[in-house]
Write a protein that binds this ligand. Structure first.
Ligand SMILES: *Cc1c(COP(=O)(O)O)cnc(C)c1O
Length: 953
């Protein structure tokens, strides 16, 4: 016997070697460039001793891809997917296979970034414009945003929008007693810190007396009832209040649009437009407003503008409303939204068209109508005469029994107290399901054959839809699968996603989203579960959630984790709510000051305001670190009211601040809590743990550090992790329990459907793999910094001139000298086939580059070569060799269309425009539009599909 095991030597390479780009030999070369003998040496210098974790992470040993998939199969088998007739805002739906495979499961779509660089994002921007058109048309309102996180948070945004925009000074917001329970709960969480008084009322009797700034009506109601809210809207308007309608998009194909009935704002979910249930998410929430309110809309809004050739082109509109510009004065803290899911919902509408959607809705409605008729036939009382998809049955004292009997037949119904049962039909409902439901109610399973023909619809005549929708040709032109396939392909080809080239976005951690990690999310056992399904049907999910929560606690050094927040911004809000509730539990109600360094991400300030805190800005010193002297001044000034400090670590400048432990101590001494924004955790995993080096709470971004793809701007998961003293203040949920703090998302576990991605990542990397990834991320960033430093000033560095996992190159001196801006460099990178780094954050006039561990050396070099070649072009501008106003930088990006012309009038050559380095000839990305005029689109706001004539020359 030898101690060598041929079988072990021949086993599959560890997943970490697939996830981490550079191989050993490349790593050695990179170390040489950076000037260290080993990764350990580099890390020992780069990462401050004071925060270094000494023990390795206590995680299960790394599984292979095959093993991880087998374990996930076992977890999936722990879920039991019954037919869901629970309703409450979540409905089973058929994701058209052409959309599932070519969009949801396609890295060309799911690995894209938020479309801040519009020239390389025209495909997803068009898809989002379709989504906005669907929402605007169906709700009968003029402007719809490009998605929010879910229905409940969209309703909350509607509430705060009404408060900002309305005339009424009252703090009262009236909520329909028939609103979804999770919506009411999230509204309560969001209202309390802002001093909004929620008044719940049965609106069938009209609006309660008294002043109010807004009212939310659920249309149709949670109980299924379809009520005409015109009178309520009139009463509200007469008192200076705005009307928010939480509306079901599918119902709106048959029911008159909320905008037509008097709503100023509509909110809801687009989930049932082809997006799997996923145990609660991710799904795209929507928000739409009438003309005049668009500047108050939270979140992203796609608009039409024009490019340098005067052709229509899409880009994000009115960005000055958003948190990254407006900070504590922003309309909301929304950053990551639900782009991928909004795109799916929009494509579902494109594929079915208005007639197809109407037919699906009619079928849903017929099933509900026949179901109700059958119940009545059998002597069961049906509570509402007017309904769309949900039948509320009265069964005094028998609700539990009926629900149990249905469960035995494979169907989940919704118990509504001891006496009522709700039954909701959806796109997948069959007559077989109806028979099983009847049987569960104790009726004979077979009912009169003519029940369908003899049963009238149950939609009120006065509310039947009379207004048109989806009249744009895009909703007619893609009805065959071939046409749909090619439309998806055409849009995908317009964009740069990770399947083409590295996306070096600082602070965004665009790393590998491995196929093995992605595969489970569309397995029916994960995709098909309703978020309010009984816990014993979700055992697989609950085990997965428990594993992941424990692993994340281990990685971060905290004691408890909530996976409910469905974006980093929502994690921030939840974390600050925990801090607030903690102070209050100790009788320290006056603590409401949140210290935030000037370099912070915009979400931090916006979240603090949402949590009822006052933002006090701390200066940064000239090395980009928190200015300790200013910190002391501000602590002293606000000592008695200090609630928290929010710092990002490593700092948003990509530097490990040496003083972090000191900052934590000073804030603690003054009675404040320390919030560490964990978006940059990719620089810490396996090396340092915020919960151990002095912080009390952090949010993480699973869509950054833990491999959930960005999806073009969402989905995300923003878990909040806390030390033990805050554990009791994590977000609860009305349908899943919890402590004094209410939910921050509609579903108990937020976007549970994508948690298998992060589970698989941690499971396959193990402690060593995770640490190796962090080390490589640090090495790669320093390698980039070293290669670029001779050409561009690198702005901030820490010890020995090292950076953490990202670096900032400073264009400002270059701009001053040559007039070439960050914008010019960003657009010129497109001609080289790259997505630009993060522009002008956290410092205006700079580019922040984050390579991540996943990019191999060849790709890093290709990017550096492009940046260096661009620097040489800039030098030609400086020397006068290139015209100052008309050069390849200013003209970038160059479309094929602008080059293939007999009438080329620029002083530089076409080949140097399109093929600036030889490598580009091998695999050329052709941008579909030239540089886009941002201001034009804001002056001429168009946020739904423009007429085809707009595209004619
Ligand atoms: C990305 C990011 C956030 C916000 O996360 P979202 O998921 O986009 O809401 C907050 N802080 C920092 C430093 C970030 O990089």
């Amino acid at each position: 016997m030898t101690d060598r095991s041929p079988l072990r030597d021949l086993s599959a390479p560890p997943f970490a070697t697939r996830h981490i780009g550079p191989a050993d030999a490349d790593q050695a070369r990179m170390l040489q460039v950076v000037g260290y003998a080993s990764v350990d040496d580099l890390v020992a210098v780069a990462v401050p001793e004071a925060i270094r974790a000494t023990d390795p992470l206590d995680l299960p040993a790394a599984a292979s891809e095959t093993e991880a998939l087998a374990e996930l199969r076992a977890l999936a088998a722990g879920n039991r997917v019954l037919t869901s007739m629970i309703g409450l805002g979540y409905h089973d739906t058929v994701t058209p296979a052409v959309i599932r495979r070519n969009l949801l499961e396609n890295p060309g779509w799911y690995t894209a970034y938020t479309p801040y660089q519009p020239e390389i994002s025209q495909g997803r921007l068009e898809a989002l414009l379709n989504f906005q058109t669907v929402v605007a048309d169906l709700t009968g309102l003029e402007v719809a945003g490009a998605s929010l996180l879910d229905e409940a948070t969209a309703a909350a945004e509607g509430m705060t929008l009404a408060r900002r925009a309305g005339r009424a000074k009252s703090p009262v917001f009236v909520v329909d007693a028939d609103a979804l329970p999770q919506t009411r709960a999230v509204l309560a969480t969001r209202a309390e810190p802002l001093g909004i008084e929620l008044v719940e009322a049965d609106l069938t009797a009209g609006l309660p007396d008294g002043e109010l700034f807004g009212v939310l009506v659920q249309y149709p109601g949670a109980s299924g009832r379809v009520a005409d809210f015109r009178a309520v809207a009139d009463q509200a308007h007469a008192r200076g209040a705005l009307v928010v309608a939480a509306a079901d998009l599918l119902a709106l194909t048959l029911l008159e649009a909320p905008g037509t009935l008097g709503a100023d704002i509509a909110a809801g979910s687009s989930q049932r437009f082809g997006v799997p249930l996923g145990f609660g998410g991710p799904h795209a929430g929507y928000l739409a407003v009438r003309e005049g309110l668009q500047r108050q809309l939270p979140g992203r809004l796609v608009g039409v503008s024009q490019d340098a050739a005067g052709r229509p082109a899409y880009r994000l509109a009115l960005q000055t409303r958003e948190q990254h510009i407006r900070r504590e004065k922003a309309t909301s803290n929304i950053c990551t939204a639900q782009v991928l899911l909004a795109v799916i919902a929009g494509m579902y509408a494109v594929y079915h068209g208005p007639d197809g959607l109407r037919r699906i809705a009619q079928r849903v409605h017929r099933h509900a109508a026949v179901l109700a008729a059958g119940l009545r036939e059998g002597g069961v009382e049906v509570v509402h005469d007017d309904f769309f998809d949900t039948v509320l049955a009265r069964v005094p004292g028998r609700a539990e029994g009926v629900v149990a009997a249905a469960r035995e037949r494979g169907i989940n119904l919704r118990p509504a107290g001891p006496d009522h049962v709700g039954v909701t039909c959806d796109e997948t409902t069959t007559t077989g399901h109806l028979a099983a439901v009847w049987a569960a109610f104790g009726l004979p399973g077979v009912l009169p054959e003519d029940l369908d023909t003899s049963t009238a619809d149950a939609l009120p005549e006065a509310l039947l839809r009379r207004t048109d929708f989806l009249t744009h040709p895009v909703f007619q032109a893609h009805r065959s699968e071939t046409a749909m396939l090619r439309y998806l392909r055409r849009l995908q080809d317009k964009d740069i996603a990770l399947d083409r080239s590295m996306i070096p976005l600082g602070s965004c951690t665009m790393k590998l989203n491995a196929t093995t990690e992605m595969e489970p999310i569309t397995w029916p056992e994960f995709a098909g579960l309703h978020p309010f399904a009984p816990a014993d049907q979700a055992e697989g999910y609950l085990r997965l959630i428990d594993d992941l929560s424990r692993w994340l606690a281990e990685v971060t050094g905290y004691d408890a984790v909530s996976l409910q927040p469905n974006a980093g911004s929502q994690g921030e809000f939840a974390g600050l709510l925990a801090i607030r509730a903690y102070h209050r539990s100790r009788g320290e109600h006056e603590r409401d000051v949140c210290l935030i360094p000037s370099s912070a991400h915009g979400t931090n300030a916006a979240s603090a305001v949402m949590a009822g805190m006052r933002v006090v800005v701390i200066a940064c010193d000239d090395r980009g670190n928190v200015d300790l002297a200013d910190l002391d001044v501000k602590i002293e000034r606000h000592r008695d009211r200090l609630a928290a400090i929010m710092v990002t670590y490593p700092s948003t400048h990509g530097v490990y601040e040496e003083t972090i432990t000191e900052i934590c101590e000073r804030v603690h001494r003054a009675g404040g809590q320390v919030y560490v924004d964990g978006a940059n955790l990719n620089a810490l995993v396996g090396l340092a743990r915020p919960g151990a080096f002095g912080a009390d709470v952090s949010h993480l971004n699973l869509h950054k550090t833990f491999c959930i793809p960005h999806g073009g701007g969402g989905p995300g998961v923003g878990p909040v992790a806390v030390r033990a003293h805050l554990a009791g203040f994590l977000p609860g949920h009305p349908l899943a329990g919890g402590g004094p703090v209410g939910p921050v998302a509609a579903a108990p576990y937020g976007s549970a459907g994508i948690l298998p991605i992060s589970w698989a990542y941690v499971r396959m990397m193990g402690a060593d793999g995770l640490r190796a990834a962090t080390e490589q991320a640090i090495l790669s960033a320093n390698y980039l910094a070293r290669r670029l430093a001779p050409h561009y000033p690198v702005l901030y560095t820490g010890r020995e001139g090292l950076v953490a996992h990202e670096c900032i190159v400073d264009l400002r001196p270059i701009t001053k000298e040559t007039g070439v801006t960050v914008d010019d460099v960003a657009k010129r990178l497109i001609d080289y086939g790259f997505h630009a780094p993060t522009m002008s954050f956290p410092v205006a006039g700079t580019l922040m580059i984050e390579p991540t561990e996943s990019e191999d050396l060849a790709e890093l070099d290709r990017f550096c070569d492009a940046m260096i070649a661009i620097r040489e072009e800039i030098a030609k501008v400086a020397s006068g060799e290139y015209d100052r106003a008309d050069n390849p930088l200013r003209g970038a990006p160059h479309t094929a269309d602008c080059l293939v012309t007999d009438d080329w009038k620029h002083p530089y050559g076409r080949a140097e425009a399109a093929y600036p380095v030889p490598a580009v000839r091998e695999a050329k990305y052709w941008p579909p539009v030239r540089r886009i005029d941002q201001a034009y689109g804001d002056r001429n706001l168009v946020c739904s599909c423009p007429p085809l004539e707009a595209y004619e020359d």
